[in-house]
Write a protein that binds this ligand. Sequence first.
Ligand SMILES: [Zn+2]
Length: 287
Amino acid sequence: MRAVRREIRGPAAPRSESTGRTRATRAGSPAGPADGLDGVMDAEADGERRLDRLTWPELAGPAREALPLVALPLGSTEQHGPHLPAGTDTIVAAALAAALAAHRPDVLVAPALAYGASGEHAGFPATMSLGTAVLELAVVELVRSLDATARGIVLVNGHGGNAVAVGRAARLLAAEGRRVLVWAPRPSTAGRGGQHAGRDETSLMLHLAPGLVRSGAAAAGPSPPPTVAELVRHGVRALSPNGVLGDPAGASAAEGERLFTDLRNDLVAAVAARDPAPTAYEGEPDG
Ligand SMILES: [Zn+2]
């Protein structure tokens, strides 16, 4: 999947480093300061960084340039094989948005959009899809309605099937003069295997939510995997009876942690490149 990046405009200037906080990553994690993941789940735990935990007066007042960036996780609710939960993409996207907020004090995390464009997974239990047209409109309206809350929006897309809708929405929003950055995993940060419920996603989930992984049920999909054209034409159900594309064999929490760190670093860098100095906006017009 290719990352589509829309600009969040801002003058080039060095960004102040991180929050300096050093909380534990998550319950039960042995992670220490050396693993580079300190604070990954901070925004999950810290109501002050979650839009849905705040009141409007708490978000009102500052000049536009002092408003936060809002990270909106875009996921899906769709089958993820016999071993991963239907919310896998949403969980990964929300965790990445939380990690971004843990790294930048000017980022606020919005509730994840847990539905996406999942038509290719129709026919499996657990799949709930908005489809491309509705998802495009949903993203457009959600970003438009954030006008009084955010100086820019980061769309953190966790589901490849959302890419067309999100790309279309971003083009329209950019034409309206809105600051929107679309981020999704790129091939260089996407690890080594599995389009869907394969090794990468299984490793990520073993890192982020191990209690939700049914490791004993993990099984490979068809080999060789179907092409994208075949998937578009026939759907996953006809080509992979167990819903897996790839092979979860070899997945591990350690690999998931490395993959998550790569993804987080790419997201942090993408936002820093577009919005390096959040407090330095001075009268720059939108658009
Ligand atoms: Zn997925």
